[in-house]
Design a protein around this ligand. Structure first.
Ligand SMILES: [Ca+2]
Ligand SMILES: [Ca+2]
Ligand SMILES: [Ca+2]
Length: 204
């Protein structure tokens, strides 16, 4: 499996293009190689890439976008022919993408972190964790993660094929197995001087 790099042209003023390429342009370097590239399109600069994952389960990566207005778009296989899962306002933080239900299609992780003076996200109380399955707005609810918890990573810590969420709060790390706030692992705290640098798989 060869990985590709996704670039986006975001020139800093007073520069307005990337050597003549329009601001906002997305370019893929296949196999990380600058000689095998494809320029795709230049979406509105209000759109930012939120994640790259396989939402439709065909093995190839798809690009998840969110607009400043809250709207989501997914470019299947990087093609600017989007699906539109809908959107949520910015009282919802898009925390990341992972595969939480074990069907090999990536899911979108949201958390309600209301921006004052707002105190909830519609009917959902502050801290609500929601998952949109497979890049659609088919939603399941996964508990409450309050503002003092920081999302640090997504991985499969118990090896069951479902993504788990690593949070860290004032008391130390907490893992939500299967992204569930009711099925947790609480590893010992390494102390405040240790930062989570990443999540990966380093042994068999
Ligand atoms: Ca795909
Ligand atoms: Ca899934
Ligand atoms: Ca798991």
């Amino acid at each position: 499996m060869w990985s590709d790099i996704v670039w986006r042209c975001l020139p800093q003023p007073p520069v307005t293009t990337c050597g003549g390429v329009a601001a906002g342009t997305v370019e893929i370097w296949y196999n990380g190689n600058a000689t095998t590239t494809r320029q795709i399109a230049a979406p509105d600069l209000g759109f930012t890439i939120q994640g790259i994952a396989d939402f439709n389960g065909n093995v190839f990566s798809d690009i998840l976008w969110r607009h400043t207005f809250g709207t989501l778009a997914i470019w299947p296989e990087g093609n600017p022919n989007p699906t539109w899962p809908g959107g949520l306002d910015h009282n919802w933080r898009l925390e990341g993408v992972g595969e939480f239900d074990g069907n090999s299609r990536a899911d979108i992780l949201w958390r309600c972190l209301p921006i004052a003076p707002t105190t909830a996200c519609g009917e959902a109380p502050a801290g609500s964790v929601a998952i949109w399955h497979d890049g659609t707005n088919a939603t399941t609810w996964h508990g409450l993660a309050f503002a003092l918890l920081e999302m640090k990573g997504i991985g499969d810590f118990d090896g069951d094929g479902r993504g788990d969420i690593l949070w860290r709060g004032p008391g130390g790390p907490v893992i939500w197995l299967g992204a569930s706030g009711t099925d947790t692992l609480v590893p010992a705290s390494p102390g405040a001087s240790w930062e989570v640098a990443g999540v990966g798989r380093f042994d068999l």
